[in-house]
Write a protein that binds this ligand. Sequence first.
Ligand SMILES: Cc1cc2nc3c(=O)[nH]c(=O)nc-3n(C[C@H](O)[C@H](O)[C@H](O)COP(=O)(O)OP(=O)(O)OC[C@H]3O[C@@H](n4cnc5c(N)ncnc54)[C@H](O)[C@@H]3O)c2cc1C
Length: 261
Amino acid sequence: MKTFNYHSAKDVKEASKLASSNSAFLAGGMTTIPSMKLGLATYKDIIDIKGIKKLSGIKVSGKTVRIGATTKHVEVANSKEIKKAIPSLSALAEGIGDPQVRNRGTIGGSIANNDPAADYPSACIALNAMIHTNNRKIDAEKFFRGMFETSLKSGEVIEAIEFEVPEKSSYQKYPNPASRYAIVGVYVAKHKTGVNVAVTGAKSCVYNEKNLSQVLTKSFSTSALDNVKISSSGMNSDIHASAEYRANMVKVFAKKAVEAC
Ligand SMILES: Cc1cc2nc3c(=O)[nH]c(=O)nc-3n(C[C@H](O)[C@H](O)[C@H](O)COP(=O)(O)OP(=O)(O)OC[C@H]3O[C@@H](n4cnc5c(N)ncnc54)[C@H](O)[C@@H]3O)c2cc1C
């Protein structure tokens, strides 16, 4: 590992000011530290944001669940309030990685990293999330831009993620047996305004599978999905699953999610 300067930011303003094109925020460190140790990434400055109280915590109101960026996966998994408001969201957090990862990894770090197989991005899309940063609010649909790419600007700090409470929802994934990242994960959420079907793991970036969303908005049943065809074009293909297999899994896991709602 190359040498770097470590800073512990006392507040968001300081964290943002310390940031540059050659820095990273340290939240859970579950991506940043292994990447540095393996020599995949080098940074001049590491800005620790774990001590900033404002960035952590869970607030549930009637219509929304707001989760601070440095809130750990284990806290979301165990939150009684989230279990009541959006049970599928705490179940998703419970299914991330292993106990070590869940006790260090944070929701803000997960969505800032935007791994194509990460779980939380699908929750953001399915639950019409708003990403609150120190400068603005970003609609989840505009936040996830591509593989490991978001609309965050240099020095921009995610402060919280605000999810809309749906009428019903479920997240179903086929986990990689080693890491538990999604080979394919499908998050179905039924809102008063319509249904979202967010897919992770299948392409280079999370996306809303509009064919399935539209059909389920008209008729919320597994049989409504029978005749929908999912194209394998643009799907990932690797040692775990071919593009065609992933396309089939999107439909299979969408059905499972509808059934579990
Ligand atoms: C073995 C292993 C298994 C895993 N399995 C899964 C899995 O099954 N499903 C899954 O979804 N994930 C999985 N993960 C990822 C993990 O859950 C973390 O969420 C992820 O590594 C990043 O979160 P972090 O808090 O550790 O971020 P860090 O590593 O601290 O930071 C990651 C990136 O996010 C940026 N960042 C962090 N916080 C903020 C913020 N508030 N504002 C702006 N930018 C920020 C940093 O600058 C950095 O670029 C796994 C990780 C490991 C190591």
